[in-house]
Design a protein around this ligand. Structure first.
Ligand SMILES: NC(=O)c1ccc[n+]([C@@H]2O[C@H](COP(=O)([O-])OP(=O)(O)OC[C@H]3O[C@@H](n4cnc5c(N)ncnc54)[C@H](O)[C@@H]3O)[C@@H](O)[C@H]2O)c1
Length: 379
């Protein structure tokens, strides 16, 4: 074969190999098919050549709903999650059970060579996080953590610009997640929400608000800081309908301060009783990054730069950057399996986020500053 023919042949073979990899069927299983698990299942069903091979949930109604949603794939049905781990015909497992169960399930799946999409938080104690880290070290497969903020195109673009120095050297992050209350919603709880409330409100199962929920936002702060925190100090409790000290029932308000290895610091606040009409301090989720030339103010869909001396108009950092709508965490999970590359929200991201949140929680519970070293986990 002439050299050019041979080159064309090789390129053709490589292209065919790539196409085959893109088309490779990924056989998936779902452990926990409640609010989040059913959404992950829906997102997977939208992917080409992703097969739903098994559904596992201890709740019969929830399981039946998921089995119906994937009926075209004839998935097997399970109530015992360990049987899913043993399935040879499964490549990847989605875990969306209550938070205290993630680590054991994820570690077992990794140990069996399955790719894992594990909902956040990776674990609710340092020991749980360490367990999954150990399992990942001995596995050929990878874990992607369900911190899908990492896959929001707008957030990625804004943080890319922060890292490239749009505000110069950055010093301080102020971040917040405030939500309001609604009397009608509190009165009307669906049966599915009631099941969820049982584990969610109990800090032994959820890890408390900072670990179950704020882990998304705290991870975004870690990402912005491009560093790992060394200590935390904070305060919080359940304030409504009457104050309960932290450590038993999920907090409804807290604030925590982190100092990073690179000397940045972060003030994070989360409150679930922000009056709807209080707009001078906006509710929702936002991050303000203060740097030497100005400040970036960003949400998950917008980002603006404010010049330090007010000599220029605020600048929209996302303008002209193309389509930055939405997120594609599940699509990327599938693509990364096919391409044999590590996910962006990999186990290290998940472990650092969970430990950051756990450190903040322990500082709140103990009423003192807590150091990273006290957590006792090697990253
Ligand atoms: N990434 C996100 O945006 C996001 C959003 C919501 C929830 N979550 C996370 O997803 C997880 C699930 O939350 P949810 O809101 O779906 O809760 P949920 O209560 O609706 O669903 C949990 C499901 O797990 C099942 N389950 C419990 N123990 C099980 C076991 N041993 N084996 C198999 N199934 C079991 C329950 O029956 C239930 O159906 C939590 O970790 C939560 O933090 C993530």
């Amino acid at each position: 074969m002439a050299l050019t023919d041979r080159r064309t042949f090789l390129l053709g073979t490589a292209a065919a190999g790539l196409a085959a990899a893109q088309e490779q069927e990924i056989r998936t299983a779902y452990i926990g098919a409640g609010v989040r698990g059913s959404e992950l299942l829906r997102l997977s069903l939208a992917e080409r050549n992703v097969k739903v091979a098994a559904v596992c949930d201890i709740d019969a109604d929830t399981r039946d709903r998921a089995l119906s949603a994937a009926a075209a794939h004839s998935p097997q049905s399970f109530t015992e999650w360990r049987r899913v781990v043993d399935l040879k015909e499964v490549d990847a497992v989605f875990i969306a059970t209550p938070c205290d169960l993630h680590a054991e399930m994820a570690a077992a799946c990794l140990g069996a060579g399955k790719y894992v999409y594990c909902e956040k938080p990776l674990g609710i104690t340092p020991e749980q996080v360490a367990l999954v880290l150990r399992a990942a070290r001995g596995s050929n497969a990878f874990l992607q953590v369900g911190q899908q903020l990492r896959y929001y195109r707008a957030v990625r673009e804004a943080i890319r610009q922060v890292h490239e120095g749009v505000a110069g050297k950055t010093y301080i992050i102020k971040a917040h997640r405030h939500g309001g209350r609604s009397r009608s919603r509190e009165a009307e709880t669906t049966p599915q929400e009631k099941t969820r409330t049982t584990w969610y409100a109990d800090v032994k199962h959820s890890g408390d608000l900072i670990v179950e929920n704020a882990v998304h936002n705290i991870d975004a702060c870690n990402w912005i800081a491009a560093s790992k925190p060394v200590s935390a100090f904070g305060h919080g409790k359940k304030y409504f309908p009457e104050p309960i000290p932290p450590g038993t029932v999920m907090m409804d308000g807290f604030s925590v301060q982190y100092i990073y290895e690179n000397d940045m610091h972060c003030d994070y606040s989360q409150i679930s009783f922000h009056p709807r009409h209080l707009k001078t301090l906006p509710s929702g989720m936002w991050y303000t990054v203060f740097g030497e030339t100005g400040t970036v103010y960003m949400t998950h869909t917008s980002a603006h730069f404010y010049d330090l001396y007010g000599e220029a108009e605020p600048r929209d950092l996302l303008a002209g950057k193309g389509d930055l709508e939405g997120e594609d965490a599940v699509a990327q999970f599938v693509a990364d399996i096919r391409a044999g590359r590590q996910p962006f929200a990999d186990i290290r991201v998940g472990a650092i986020a969970a430990l950051t949140a756990i450190m903040g929680r322990e500082a709140i519970y103990k009423g003192r500053s807590v150091d990273w070293k006290e957590l006792g986990v090697e990253i």
